[in-house]
Design a protein around this ligand. Sequence first.
Ligand code: DMJ
Length: 645
Amino acid sequence: MYSPQRRDFISVTLGGQVGRNYDNSKTWRRQSCWRKWKQLSRLQRSLIAFLFVFMVFCGIAAYPNLSERWQAGANHDRELKQVLPVVVPALDVLEPKVLSASQPQKFKRPNLNKRGPPFLQNRLSKRGKEEEKISKGNIEALVPDDKEKEKEKNISWRGVEIEPGRVTAALINSKQEEKPVFHEKANAREAATVNEQQRAVIEAFQHAWKGYKQYAWGHDELKPISKTYSEWFGLGLTLIDALDTMWILGQKQEFEEARKWVINELNLAKSVDVNLFETTIRILGGLLSVYNLTGDQVFLDKASELGDRLMPAFNTPSKIPYSDVNIGRGTAHPPRWTSDSTVAEVTSIQLEFRELSHLTKRGKYQVAVDDVMKHIHRLGGKKDGLVPMFINTNSGHFSHLGVYTLGARADSYYEYLLKQWIQGGKKEADLLEDYLQAIEGVKKNLIRKSEPNKLTFVGELSHNQFSPKMDHLVCFLPGTLALGAHHGLSADHMGLAKELMETCYQMYTQIETGLSPEIVHFNLSPHNAKDVEVKPADRHNLLRPETVESLFYMYRLTQDKKYQDWGWEIFQNFNKYTRVDTGGYTSINNVQSSENPEPRDKMESFFLGETLKYFFLLFSDKFDLISLDEYIFNTEAHILPIWTT
Ligand code: DMJ
């Protein structure tokens, strides 16, 4: 116990010489050392001399290595200094609309795509380093101490240091047989003809892939401006997210190369913390999708292994899964700052785990995720079917009650209610009941019309206060409503879908670059000139898919060509403002400046997994190409079959 009166200290004395003053002490120490040296035997002195010479020799041998590191450190400081002055935007040099990779990155903002407060990332980074030390004990040093790799070290979302090359080396001895996978199904695919707009999407995909292949191969995300990559989980996120897109776009050679990477390089045993939801929708969903399209066992085997490695997340007192799992160690935990999980995250992993059970005939995956849905079905704290954003993994109760949104942290709960019902052959009545009730809750509490153009939008409710704020993420809703109507639900849903689709399109077309910001605020006052207002912190665009996704559904289900036209406009604006000339596309910081959209230097994996895939399907007039009567898309646009048995 701490007592202010008590002073704990350790006193150190040298050779019992107490009380000597500072001026004398240096002379005294010299004499004393010399006396001690003379007292040593000849053998002892020779030994010490040998050791001294040996250490000097080692120091000289290590010098070039050290000096390079110091040099690298100095370069890093220089880069930081270059970045800092750009906080004065008035001094920004105007940038061309088609971005050049040689343009310096202007400044970095916290990654708003990630779920988890950015201000905690420093803490997480420290934690990550501690965990990496432990994991280094578990995973033997797999790569030689290569100075190039040292330079390339990355810090992941969770702060874990991931060394490029580590996975490769780990698997070098376990290479599997590589046999090509394109067979009958592929031949059918290759025979499909494409129109001019689809060809433009294929070209965009090839351009994006060129950048990824050249600068980020096997890593999570391309940084197209700085021509490097960033790691989140270190699991080749973009490569796996893009597999089924390549298949659908007929990119045979790229697909084969990526498949070989999955076979030979994808190491799911690595000790890394992954986010359960993101890994499920992107990687598990991606592997299952491509298995369904190709029938190639390799992908199902990887999917099963990943499913098993994610299962520890469900070992919680309430069975509501933790947000994070270490797939190598088989341990799971909530974020450091809370024992809550995000509602959208724990309710948007079901399609994938259920499909895994269906394919493997192992029921445990489906049981785990169905339990979550059953629990939430019975749970109090909803408002007219609308759910709060957080749920506690200990108590199993919703937390932070009173805030209701169709945007971040709740969005795909609603999407997955409908899609699970469709996936299971429209038999699970609780899912349908929850979905229908929620849509009524949306209509009653969240729908308003903007001024002056009376655009129908979905706002938010915070402790009974309405806010006219709408995330771009909410633009999944027109597509979901239309899909429900197609599967026999009320025609009203299609009516609302059409109105919301128009609004989502206006979120692009009313903005200077023709690209939507991350969040808009709608105007409710009749005296204002504009429907849409954008706050400075919300004006970025991450190449998100939701509006294109909904345009795809709306065109498929109404055959109204205006949806294709709207999509074509948006596609051209992506090309105009986010394409990087040396390969890849980048998210941008400012959709309100067509002169300087401020590239963020990051291509999110969902741009290849979702955005380009939905563009390709939107521009197709072959309505049996991934038929909506046979397949559903998970929330990352991965393709899963509707069960017939
Ligand atoms: C994707 O990972 C998924 O679509 C998810 O549901 C929401 N966020 C991104 C795309 O915006």
